[in-house]
Write a protein that binds this ligand. Structure first.
Ligand SMILES: [Zn+2]
Length: 58
C-alpha cells in the first residue's frame, strides 16, 4: 500500500492506536505515522521531501 510518497511497510498498535511504519519512496527515510493521519491524508510526504518540494515551488 502506498499513500502519497509513503509505502506502508507494516502496521502496529501502540497505546491502542494504529500506527504505520512507513518508508518514503522518494528519499527512503522511515517513519512511524499514526494511521488516521494517513487515512485523512494529513501526512502525504516526509518532512525532507516536503522541504524539497517547497524549494522547487519557490
Ligand atoms: Zn522523502
Amino acid at each position: 500500500m502506498t499513500i502519497g510518497t509513503w509505502r506502508v511497510l507494516y502496521e502496529a498498535v501502540v497505546d491502542r492506536k494504529r500506527h504505520c511504519m512507513c518508508q518514503c519512496v522518494e528519499c527512503g527515510v522511515r517513519k512511524i505515522i499514526m494511521a488516521f493521519k494517513l487515512r485523512q491524508r494529513y501526512a502525504l510526504r516526509c518532512r525532507e521531501c516536503k522541504i524539497k518540494q517547497d524549494l522547487v515551488a519557490v
